[in-house]
Design a protein around this ligand. Structure first.
Ligand code: DGJ
Length: 730
């Protein structure tokens, strides 16, 4: 009898163990409990576990939280999904129906189908676990197999419990010209909501990515961190709900506010991917995971070096003309650049684009400014030995435009009301949910590329939010689909463009950094971090942005002083050293620079070409934060083979008799010897350690003293100092 009990206990144990669904990457793991007929539970997310530890998880105490809580049955907590069924029932109860695991394109795919206990309503919770990077994406597929439509009032992508303790959240917020500002705060009880309701763009203000430091105050290179990024171009909502339990509950998805979705019979609603990572190497470790995954699986052409470019915007604004463009091309070619981008102001026939109050939508070249058209400019670029790029803002129009005269029904506006006007007092957003608008937007790119196949780069801008709710295309009962359909339309157009033009480089710009999101970047090669090009503020913005996005995607340009946004004057060397920590470019009128300045840029561009692979494909180690009040900031990139690294050091405040910290490096091979070479040197004498070699161990334990000032002629001295050191293993 005793023996029988023992055997059945063993059987139960093994069945229970079988019901554990393990979603694994090389170093991380999520464990779910998926017993048929029961709720799907999340038990664990963190470092990879042994079989024995998975078997013991429940005994040890696991999260045991619904993976995708549905509203209406045990209502007190937050829900991932809310449904009003066809008969008005607002409750949904989801139980595990089937579980499948497979391998596709080097990733483990887990699909757990949940079924409502009463209605033919299904939710498939999906996980994609990469096998060469430590990222797990989750999303859901919501399916109505009933005969009548149901209404979705909430439709998150995913949900994750984070054990309460000394947990801190790092997240980004900002505004136009101040994007990517880092905020770090301890999670308390109550609800924290991070959201966007811009409608068209979603990264200017708060970002849809966060990191949770699990071991107290966030550290860059130590401690356990969970990172999460909602990959979506539209309105989102992240919630962290901390109630009377041991878990902070993190929810993320499309923002359901004013977006109730009518799910027709047989229709499937797929939610955007929510990507998770885990690292025990601090915030920088989580960033490296995001960057590796992003470059390999998300970012367009994440494995190709980016060209060094000059963009015309801050140099000439709307003052586009042939000799001016030709001169800028000659100048960037002289400095060693590889691409010239003609920004806003080149188009409009009936209404020439002289300023920002007209012409969007009229993508015909302004022959008064450019009598020989785009073709001539492309040819000139060829002659200068560089490539040509062009600016467009395809989702928008102005009330002063031929397009609006022909198609007033294409704009987004509330019924019975005058449209809200944006930039220039005339801007309007086109209704991308309308297939005719999608065709029009696709054709803008298609015409440009067909007429000028040598165009190498497109800057795709978007300078207005959706400011009034109303689609002239959607039926009355589906007006709440406006935001979702806009972004489905955006995705369809981008898919078509990429199918036909896979090679062209496309920048996502949206009044600066409004489209820095992993849901956008699969179609785009990079994003414009901000319209604010001031080097000091860029250190802060790029620091925050680097939490989630790699340098290769962050367009970072050398611009004029006083800076056009904050009017600060920084030295050219400082501006170069900041721009060189991202995807280097220029945004300046070279004609207004002295020969000495042009030559400094020429030298910097040549040196950037040497370190470009390390910056663009290397691993980031953030060392001293500009937000921590040390009057300096420092970070470095290390090549994956650890044979090369680039170290950046920027002073952020100047006080006489200041004593700045000595920065310890990170990420090097302790046993390798690294030769130190200063880049962009302006000093009359080299650094004392120029050309010397140090062990990785020494550099990581002690670092190098960085002089607070540059040794230059008296009249050249200023209060800005910065250093870029190239380390090469001997
Ligand atoms: C906003 C962008 O962020 C700028 O870089 C520039 O392209 C302007 N739009 C042009 O109107």
């Amino acid at each position: 009898m005793k023996r029988m009990i023992l055997i059945s206990a063993l059987l139960c144990a093994s069945l229970a163990a079988m019901a554990h669904v393990r979603v694994t990457t090389p170093e991380t793991e999520m464990v779910l409990k998926a017993d048929a007929g029961s709720e799907l539970k999340v038990l664990y997310y963190g470092a990879r576990l042994s079989d024995a530890d998975v078997a013991g998880l429940e005994a040890a105490g696991a999260a045991w939280v619904d993976a995708y809580p549905a509203y209406g049955f045990h209502c007190a907590g937050e829900a991932s999904i809310g449904v009003t069924h066809a008969d008005g029932n607002m409750s949904t109860v989801l139980k595990v129906d089937t579980v499948s695991q497979s391998h596709e394109d080097g990733a483990q795919i887990t699909r757990i189908r949940l079924k409502d206990t009463v209605y033919p309503f299904y939710v498939t919770v999906c996980y994609k676990a990469y096998q060469d990077v430590d990222m797990i994406e989750t999303w859901t597929e919501i399916e109505n197999l009933g005969k009548k439509a149901v209404t979705l009032t909430r439709f998150d992508s995913g949900h994750l419990p984070v054990r309460v303790g000394d947990v801190w959240i790092s997240h980004l917020h900002g505004t136009w010209a101040a994007e990517g500002r880092l905020t770090q705060e301890q999670l308390e009880r109550g609800m924290m909501v991070i959201k966007n309701k811009d409608g068209a763009r979603n990264a200017h203000t708060d970002h849809s990515e966060v990191m949770f430091s699990l071991d107290g105050k966030p550290q860059e290179n130590a401690g356990r961190v969970i990172g999460a990024a909602l990959c979506y171009s539209g309105n989102y909502e992240l919630r962290i709900d901390t109630r009377d339990t041991d878990y902070h509950e993190f929810f993320a998805g499309i923002n359901p506010d004013n977006s109730a979705y009518i799910l027709e019979s047989k229709e499937v609603f797929k939610t955007p991917e929510l990507a998770f990572t885990y690292s025990d190497e601090g915030l920088s470790g989580a960033s490296r995971n995001f960057h590796r995954w992003g470059r390999k699986y998300k970012l367009a052409h994440g494995d190709k070096e980016r060209k060094i470019l000059l963009n015309s915007w801050e140099g000439v604004y709307f003052d586009i003309n042939e000799p001016g463009m030709d001169q800028m091309m000659a100048d960037i070619a002289y400095m060693g650049g590889e691409l010239f981008v003609m920004d806003d102001g080149w188009f409009g026939e009936k209404y020439p684009r002289l300023t920002d109050n007209s012409s969007l939508g009229d993508w015909k070249v302004d022959r008064n400014k450019l009598p020989n058209g785009i073709g001539w400019l492309v040819e000139q670029a060829d002659k200068h030995g560089i490539r040509f790029g062009i600016w467009i803002e395809p989702e928008m129009t102005n009330s002063v435009s031929e397009l609006y005269e022909e198609h007033p029904e294409w704009i987004i506006k509330a019924p019975e009301r005058e449209p809200v006007l944006g930039r220039g007092g005339t801007q309007l957003v086109l209704d991308l949910g309308n297939p005719e608008v999608q065709d029009f937007v696709f054709k803008i790119v298609d015409d440009l590329m067909t007429e000028n196949p040598k165009i190498d780069y497109i800057k795709w801008d978007a300078n207005m939010p959706i400011s009034n709710h109303g689609s002239q295309y959607l039926p009355k009962n589906k007006q709440s689909h406006l935001y979702i359909e806009y972004h489905r339309g955006f995705a369809k157009v981008c898919d078509r463009i990429r199918a036909k033009y896979p090679d062209v480089t496309i920048q996502a710009c949206a009044s600066g950094g409004g489209r820095a999101n992993w849901g956008v970047l699969p179609w785009f090669d990079e994003f414009w971090v901000s319209d604010n090009t001031d080097a000091l503020q860029r250190i802060h913005m790029q620091w925050g942005t680097s939490y989630f996005f790699p340098a290769i995607a962050m367009a970072s340009h050398i611009s004029a002083t006083p800076n056009h946004t904050v009017f600060r004057t920084t030295s050219l060397k400082y501006r170069i050293d900041v721009a060189m920590s991202g995807r280097l470019g220029m945004e300046i009128q070279p004609r207004n620079m002295t020969q000495e300045e042009r030559d400094l840029c020429r030298k910097a561009i040549a040196e950037y070409k040497e370190i470009r692979p390390v910056v663009q494909f290397g691993d980031i180690y953030r060392l001293v934060s500009p937000y921590d009040g040390h009057n300096m900031a420092s970070l470095m990139y290390v090549a994956p083979e650890k044979n090369q690294a680039v170290f950046y050091w920027w002073k952020t405040e100047t006080f006489y008799d200041d004593h700045l910290p000595r920065v310890r490096m990170a990420g090097l091979d302790p046993d390798k010897m690294y030769k130190v070479t200063e880049l962009n040197r302006i000093d009359n004498v080299p650094l004392k350690y120029e050309g010397m070699s140090f062990s990785g161990k020494f550099l990581m334990e002690n670092g190098l003293e960085i002089p607070l000032k540059h040794i230059v002629d008296y009249h050249k001295q200023d209060d800005w100092s910065s250093r870029v050191l190239y380390l090469s293993a001997q």
